[in-house]
Design a binder for this molecule. Structure first.
Ligand SMILES: [Ca+2]
Length: 144
């Protein structure tokens, strides 16, 4: 009896592992209107890593050619995520702001053009399930 139960538990565990990868979805971020210079960082966070130096995944494009670009994060486990895009125009590794606190470097966020302040986890988060999640946002250059 106990042995039979153990086999069922083992079978269920293997099934859950297989299902986990099968259910992973892609996150596709379309960014529009980039300037042709610097380094583009597109970063995927979960709640634990949001606004920290850690992240779930990131894609970095040096010598960014500008224009429209599509970044895909493949096989993202189901859950709640947020992305940020930072266009480090002078490629100095710092998110530069002017003396009024306006970003000099470019950025993109969900609903970026209607945000009244910095992006937050609450206004940026979205759900990933087995389906592809697609978002289209402009790259914003405020202090240019
Ligand atoms: Ca910079």
């Amino acid at each position: 009896m106990a042995k039979g139960l153990k086999s069922i538990v083992a079978a269920v565990s293997v099934g859950a592992l297989l299902a986990g990868s099968a259910w992973a979805g892609d996150v596709v971020v379309h960014l529009k209107g980039g300037k042709a210079e610097g380094t583009l960082y597109v970063v995927l966070y979960d709640e634990a890593t949001y606004n920290t130096d850690d992240n779930v995944d990131s894609q970095i494009t040096e010598n960014f050619e500008g224009g429209d670009v599509t970044v895909t994060f493949k096989d993202v486990e189901p859950g709640t995520y947020a992305f940020t895009a930072w266009h480090d125009l002078d490629a100095d590794g710092d998110f530069d702001m002017n003396q009024y606190g306006m970003p000099i470097d470019g950025f993109a966020a969900r609903a970026g053009t209607s945000l009244m302040g910095p992006p937050t986890w609450t206004n940026q988060k979205f759900e990933v399930s087995e389906d592809t999640v697609e978002m289209t946002e402009p790259l914003i250059y405020m202090a240019q």
